[in-house]
Design a protein around this ligand. Sequence first.
Ligand code: HMG
Ligand code: MG
Length: 319
Amino acid sequence: MSDPSTALPAVVPAAGMPERVTIYEVGPRDGLQNETATVPTEVKAEFVRRLLAAGLPVVEATSFVHPRWVPQLADAADLMTGLVATLGEDARGLPVLVPNERGLDRALELGLRHVAIFGSATETFATRNLNRSLDEQFAMFEPVVTRAREAGLDVRAYVSMCFGDPWEGRVPVDQVVTVGKRLLDLGASQLSLGDTIGVGTAGHVTALIEAFGSAGVGTDRLALHFHDTYGQALANTLAGLRSGVTTYDASAGGLGGCPYAKSATGNLATEDLVWLLDGLGIEHGVDLRQMVATSVWMAGRLGRPSPSAVVRALGGEPR
Ligand code: HMG
Ligand code: MG
């Protein structure tokens, strides 16, 4: 086992990269929504606390979706209440997913300040994930965003299936831009472009970012959300960095997937992202040693090794 405090990449900056990026941690939500075993609420809370302690600026904590659709996150209210009790008011600023007004009501009851809606670029996934057609999803989101903004909340919007869809195949770039713009026009502050099943490649990422730019959506409003199914997540991140995107979603240890997209596997691992950024000398504020320790601890709770290459290289076996 390597000692993570000494094993660090050489810092060799490359031209044309941002100086600083924001890592948007989705492990407690995207990671744990896909676990077959139920993770106890107190373990989830400890996971979130450890991630914050490792320096992550944003940790998406859970989802206020229908508990029958995602039973793994049915304890969302208890988790948030427990986090407020231990972390104080700051915990109300942790983002949570809300698909509809019922979800928003549940978040508002707890005084939460940051919600995320999640749309689909394709008809089939909108039906499977939200029980809505592509057009109906906007009607569902519209009052959520309006009411959330009126209440002073920050609203992020995801678009899923931006690079390919397991039922519909290739997804045209223009279709993604149309859906993404509609979500931003509702009043979302940031759009996270999801490669839900990990089929995207670097040129496709560049083309999608350029298409948003041509449609008037700059990189300051975009985030990238890669799943690593085909091992492309880091290459796609490099393409995003070269295009000027500065927010990257990632999941501790590479946990993740989507219960409603059968070919989805884990997200880009936060540790793998941190190793890349450290090597490029790009600031992010996250402590790699603490991240690895957290993912090794979580792997122990889940009873299997982390899929992250960097965690495996630095962390050894779960304990
Ligand atoms: P529906 O069955 O159409 O819901 O589901 P409905 O509006 O017809 O309501 C039916 C009942 O559900 C009602 O209860 C509602 O109150 C209740 P009843 O009156 O019958 O007793 N209900 C709720 N209860 C609690 N919380 C709620 C809620 N909403 C309704 N929020 C719905 C529609 C959107 C709710 C459902 O499809 C759903 O929950 N879907 C969530 C699926 C999901 O969470 N997927 C994973 C996240 S997306 C993802 O992972 C991708 C991402 O990572 C990016 C990427 O990788 O691409 C973000
Ligand atoms: Mg995802």
